[in-house]
Design a protein. Structure first.
Length: 218
């Protein structure tokens, strides 16, 4: 082999190894940050685009170990998605029905986030985890990781995780096989604060019918 091709091969192999090392270190850094937390409160903005529909919503997300979460939507209208780790509920105030599902059977894009605290292992949860240099982050100092969540390959083509320099997850973008995209942006993250278990319990209002479901989508 001539000298130039050899040099090119060495450079390519070195660059590949360096990129993989960076992904490994970055994933471990995110794991350490969230696995050491007992609770998290953050403001969120959710943007959905697909099938000719564009929807923007916002509110507050609370997470607590083990597996508890509460999505409190405020804009453009109030609604609630809540789980105590075993049962999930979706309710829009004023509706005559509330949907309930076992967490084990739940099919919802927000559901995996309940394991963000305490059980995060990005390299085990995503296939093909890599850096996405061609995707522009919200902040130029952030890094975008991409991968396919294991067990969701038939539904999700790719997930983009925007990681801030302090290892916070600033945004999650989920691209589905049907061409739709859902993005969650997080801000004002408050970590390790006291959150009562009562915040993750739900009792249907009087006169509201409970409907069993597996898909608690919006």
């Amino acid at each position: 082999m001539h000298l130039l091709p050899r040099i090119v091969c060495v450079l390519l192999l070195t660059a590949t190894a360096f990129a993989q090392t960076d992904v490994h270190k970055l994933a471990q850094s995110v794991d350490r940050r969230y696995n050491n937390l007992e609770s998290l409160e953050t403001q969120f903005t959710e943007t959905y685009r697909g099938a000719g529909i564009s929807r923007n919503e916002s509110g507050t997300l609370w997470l607590k170990r083990p597996g508890k979460m509460r999505w409190d939507y405020r804009e453009p209208r109030p609604k609630l998605f809540i789980s105590d780790g075993k049962t999930a509920w979706f309710y829009v105030p004023g509706d005559q029905q509330v949907r309930r599902a076992s967490v084990k059977k739940l099919d919802d894009l927000r559901s995996p986030l309940r394991y963000l605290l305490g059980k995060t292992k990005l390299e085990k949860e995503f296939s093909g985890l890599s850096i996405a240099p061609g995707v522009k982050p919200l902040d130029s100092a952030d890094v975008i990781l991409r991968g396919v969540p294991k067990g969701m390959e038939d539904r999700v083509t790719q997930v983009l995780l925007e990681i801030a320099p302090d290892s916070q997850i600033r945004a999650i973008t989920i691209e589905e096989a049907d061409g739709s995209t859902t993005q969650f942006r997080f801000s004002d993250q408050r970590q390790g604060i006291y959150i009562s278990d009562g915040r993750f319990r739900f009792t249907p209002p009087p006169g509201v019918e409970t409907v069993e479901s597996t898909g608690i989508s919006q």
